[in-house]
Write a protein that binds this ligand. Sequence first.
Ligand code: ADP
Length: 388
Amino acid sequence: MIEDLNYMKKNPQPTHKPQLLYSKFEEAEADALLSSIGQAIIATDSLGHISRINQAALEMIGFKEDEILGQKFINLVQAIDPQGKPIPSTQRPITRAFTKKMTINEKLYYKIEDRLLPVSVTVSPIIYQDRPVGVIQLFSDITEDVEADKMKSDFISLASHQLRTPLSAINMYSHILFSGLRGPLTPEQKSLMKVILSSVNQMNELINTLLNIACIETGSMKVAVKPFSPNELINDILNDLHSQVQYKSIKINQNLPDTKQQIISDPTLMREVYTNLISNAIKYSRRGSIVTIRQSLSKKYSLLKISDQGIGIPLSAHPYIFTKFYRAVNASSKSPEGTGLGLYIVKQIAGLLGGTVWFESKAGYGSDFYVRIPREHPSYKERARILA
Ligand code: ADP
């Protein structure tokens, strides 16, 4: 709100301030209410000046009331996003709540002296005569939650790494036995070995998923950018998924551009995104149906569209589909082995690649998933500029 002078010009503020309508009694009542609430609360006027603040907020940001009243909150306290970048004033929750006239919930850091305080913030606009005249900001210290989350992610990461080594030994020796190199197998032994190999495969996938989650949540996922052909990547993925495709008699229609064209991004992370979306399309397809993969390249973007004729996603599930552990009822009843983690990972990784992912779907009619990634990852230009 503070920087947005154009908005202020276009939306002149009401002539009488709402607080003039308060009686002394109501004012005292509001003060008592504010100070009795344990959560930090700050009220700001239409210019972002602090008009009220309670004791919990003063203690959290380390100011005295008379130092802070009338000051602009966003000038006093710097906000940092979860990736460690300062949030510009136009993107601060209080600015967005005011200009968009809607409640914003977010987790971020406040820079208090030299330390970063993790906070959960809820900002709601104060609407008077249909116009925003200020905001109420509630925030709470979530240091303990962040630490518990970090311990959880560290544990998942450690356990997954430790499980990988014995699992790859099981995988290797099972393959040797299955191949018949150590003596021929009876048909019954062969079919038992198949079950072992498929279970090892499932465990491998789960471990990879857990490692990805741990990397995303600790912010340690690295983006390693280089030129590569998205066509080759898609063909490679389809080779890996060959047995799933065959098992369900799925027909894959490919619509890929000129093979020579390249993009500059992280091929390992893109593989993770594409594999998740393509294997979902296969998993949630009806036996014998068609999955269509369209890749198009514009000057700025690479767009992948994956269409299936499967079970589709009920409308009520649409808002939650990228949420961690979420599975729609029609999916969990048909295919109980899912984790609900794949699309969460897809969304986070697409974000790291500077891209977006979305879908269109109707229960019973199939789904179209889209992922759009810049043809050149922003870090590549930056590196080229530094090296020049
Ligand atoms: P999982 O497939 O392991 O359940 P995901 O995170 O990959 O987890 O997907 C989350 C949910 O989104 C699925 O459980 C399912 O309800 C829905 N979904 C994803 N892709 C499709 C698809 N192609 N068709 C129908 N539903 C899908």
